[in-house]
Design a protein around this ligand. Structure first.
Ligand SMILES: Nc1ncnc2c1ncn2[C@@H]1O[C@H](COP(=O)(O)OP(=O)(O)O)[C@@H](O)[C@H]1O
Ligand SMILES: O=P(O)(O)OC[C@H](O)CO
Length: 506
């Protein structure tokens, strides 16, 4: 098998995907052979709540896997890698494998009051020191506490050891192995707010503080490890599962960002900028998170992360909420109908503001409307907002760089990077080259690559061949002036939005 195949399962916020790659061990070339994708339902049962059906996640993911399995010879598949939307939490019954409640999604804000209580108890610094995270509803811990408190009988069943919980990787592993494996990897664990990023273990103090029985939690392993094999009764054959990694850390790995100073930004539902910082945990002075990067041997790896909750989701809102475009890709043509937003600024704080503001109570706002404002101006303002949120992340990251470190380019991936207008805007705002791989599926590539490492087919440090396209920043004075104006307006709009959320009473 000189050209083993690896399958990545990429379970995202809006869709499940399976991608099959062939890896030529001689040339290190990788080829995408087949891919399948299924969207699934998003449920918004109350204001600020976001839920998924874990069984629909599972059935869509299994269907995609089975399709790419049957696309080529079965025996060529050397291993599977799983990558996933992070933080989203599932709790299920160990005996029946039935979820006891829908998955509470990373975007869900219902636990904002609980987070506030924990801050009032003075836990913020302790949580940050142990987990690298800020006390925000984004992370899994508050979602688990909510389920244990609100789902009938959940607390008693958890205390008896009858329940299991985990992020989506754990849920998929459990189902793929027919209930044999309850595990997760360090990157996913580091997003739960229950994991000590320094010791590499569940933090007993936090578990005690929040009354979480340790028996609920999965076993934590390296990202490249032998997790188990798929059950024949489920998938039709036994295939080793040798990689598990959160989707943003997977993209970091897939983009070959393995050394301190390497940075990537993914433009999916949200936008996630990660800076690899090497084997030492580094704490931000500018409200970024400290998180685990993919780990392939005994040496832990760390990253600084800036998370923006509404990236491509703003485009979905224009499509599904306002109905001003039919497909996400239509936004570029509409936005190109005008030369700028006409002074309109959209702050998409629909689910609060993530890094670097961490304002769970902020809500979205549009400024600068006139009688002349059109859908095209709004579309343009939406793209501006995606890029400007990422400028905030980059500014924080640059301010956190160690002496001698510089960021010379931004590697990008994710659905919204197909938008040329957005990518040019990003390059111009940052005055940095934006590097876009011709394989846009670097998240899946990262998981496939880790599965190849975990199954012994390649060494982690050996990069795949990646061809990059460069978007060069425009440096003419007029453009620079336009970008400065955009940034100044954005700062005012953010300040006004936060002031409104502090003064709003209902
Ligand atoms: N041409 C485009 N311009 C802007 N946004 C886009 C474009 N194509 C897709 N998107 C957005 O990208 C997101 C999908 O990207 P993807 O990487 O598949 O996300 P996820 O992994 O979060 O499900 C959607 O929010 C969609 O609105
Ligand atoms: O599903 P994505 O690609 O939007 O990623 C979601 C993130 O992992 C949330 O932290």
């Amino acid at each position: 098998m000189a050209t083993p195949h690896f399958i990545a399962l990429d379970q995202g916020t809006t869709s499940s995907r399976a991608l099959r790659f062939a890896y030529d061990t001689q040339s290190q070339q990788v080829q995408l052979l087949a891919q399948q994708q299924q969207e699934f339902n998003q449920s918004f049962p109350q204001s600020g709540w976001v839920e998924h059906d874990p069984l629909e996640i599972w059935s869509s993911q299994l269907a995609c896997l089975c399709q790419v399995l049957s696309s080529h010879q079965a025996e060529k598949v050397a291993a599977i890698g799983i990558t996933n939307q992070r933080e989203t939490l599932v709790v299920w019954d160990r005996a029946t494998s039935q979820p006891i409640y829908p998955a509470i999604v990373w975007q869900d804000r219902r636990t904002s009051p609980w987070c506030q209580q924990q801050r009032e108890l003075g836990l913020e610094d302790l949580v940050r020191a142990k987990t690298g995270l800020v006390l925000d509803p984004y992370f899994s811990a508050s979602k688990l506490v909510w389920i244990l408190a609100h789902v009938p009988n959940a607390r008693a069943a958890a205390n008896r050891g009858d329940l299991a919980c985990g992020t989506i990787d754990s849920w998929l592993l459990w189902m793929l192995t027919g209930g044999k494996v309850h595990a997760t990897d360090v990157t996913n664990a580091s997003r739960t707010m229950l994991f000590n990023i320094h010791t590499g273990e569940w933090d007993q103090d936090l578990l005690k503080q929040w009354q979480i029985p340790a028996s609920l939690l999965p076993q934590v392993q390296y990202s490249a490890a032998h997790y188990g094999t798929t059950a024949t009764s489920v998938v039709g054959q036994e295939i080793p599962i040798c990689g598990v990694v959160g989707d943003q850390q997977s993209a970091l790995f897939g983009q070959h960002c393995l050394a301190p100073g390497d940075v990537k930004n993914t433009y999916g539902t949200g936008c996630f900028m990660l800076l690899h910082t090497g084997p030492q945990a580094r704490y931000s002075k500018h409200h970024l998170l400290t998180t685990r990067a993919a780990q392939w041997d005994a040496q832990p790896q760390f990253a600084l992360e800036g998370s923006v909750f509404m990236g491509g989701a703003v485009v979905q809102w224009l499509r599904d909420g306002l109905g001003i475009i039919k497909a996400s890709g239509d936004i570029e043509k509409l936005a190109n109908a005008v030369s700028d937003s006409g002074g309109v600024v959209l702050v998409p704080a629909f689910a609060g503001l993530g890094a670097p503001y961490w304002d769970a109570e902020a809500r979205g706002a549009v400024y600068g409307l006139t009688r002349g404002t059109t859908n095209a101006h709004l579309a343009r303002a939406a793209l501006d907002a995606i890029a400007l949120q990422c400028v905030d992340l980059m500014q924080a990251m640059q301010a956190d760089l160690a002496e001698g470190e510089t960021i010379s380019a931004l590697r990008v991936d994710g659905g919204a990077t197909h938008n040329h207008l957005l990518m040019q805007l990003q390059a111009d705002l940052l005055q940095l080259p934006v590097l876009r791989p011709t394989i846009s599926e670097t998240t899946a590539l990262g998981a496939a690559s880790l599965a190849a490492v975990g199954s012994g087919w390649r060494a982690a440090a050996t990069p795949w061949q990646l061809t990059m396209e460069t978007v060069t920043p425009r440096q003419d004075p007029q453009r620079q002036q336009e970008m400065a104006t955009l940034r100044a307006r954005w700062s005012r709009a953010i300040a006004a939005t936060q002031a409104f959320s502090q003064t709003a009473t209902g």
